[in-house]
Design a protein around this ligand. Structure first.
Ligand SMILES: Cc1cc2nc3c(=O)[nH]c(=O)nc-3n(C[C@H](O)[C@H](O)[C@H](O)COP(=O)(O)O)c2cc1C
Length: 154
């Protein structure tokens, strides 16, 4: 299994979270959304997608990349989504929508959508968020392992 962490990022915060997730996973790499192709991942690989919330939703680039994968473009791929957001009373959501998009493209979701918090539009990330991203990557690896052992493929 390999892991691809695809992300969009205007100010670098989502990129930093993506890199922390990659650091916690074996055989992993980060891929900016502009370079992502669904052929970057195969059956049994882990695809993690991260987007900033922009106007209550994922960025247009992330939405387009998932649409471009098509109905079965990510069939058999294991996947999870995260977003970065400002801690406001009303902030909307991107990770849930990305997770939905991944499912629509045929991926199997292995974890609940995860938010990470920035202080303001340009960041920085709140204290502890990089550490939390690194820990989350281990939860993702454990979910993938548990799924594989249930299927008898580990
Ligand atoms: C045009 C725009 C719209 C935004 N809309 C929201 C929003 O609806 N909810 C929210 O929590 N944050 C919103 N933000 C803040 C972003 O979530 C924040 O800039 C982002 O997490 C930073 O990530 P990045 O450094 O990877 O670009 C918005 C930022 C921009 C630039």
């Amino acid at each position: 299994m390999k892991a691809v962490i695809m992300y969009d990022s205007a100010y670098g915060n989502t990129k930093s979270v993506a890199e922390a997730i990659a650091a916690g996973l074996e055989n992993s790499r980060t891929v900016p959304v502009s370079q992502f192709r669904s052929s970057d991942v195969s059956v049994g690989d882990l695809l993690v997608v991260g987007s900033p919330i922009n106007g209550w939703r994922p960025t247009e680039a992330v939405t387009k990349a998932l649409d471009a994968a098509g109905a079965d473009g990510l069939a058999g791929v294991l996947a999870a989504a995260f977003d970065t957001r400002v801690k406001l009373f009303i902030h909307g959501d991107a990770a849930k929508k990305v997770s939905h998009g991944l499912q629509k493209a045929g991926a199997t979701i292995v974890a609940q959508p995860m938010p990470f918090y920035v202080k303001g539009t340009e960041g920085p990330l709140l204290e502890g968020e990089i550490k939390r991203a690194f820990s989350w990557s281990h939860e993702l690896a454990a979910s993938v392992k548990a799924l594989a052992s249930r299927k008898g493929t580990s």
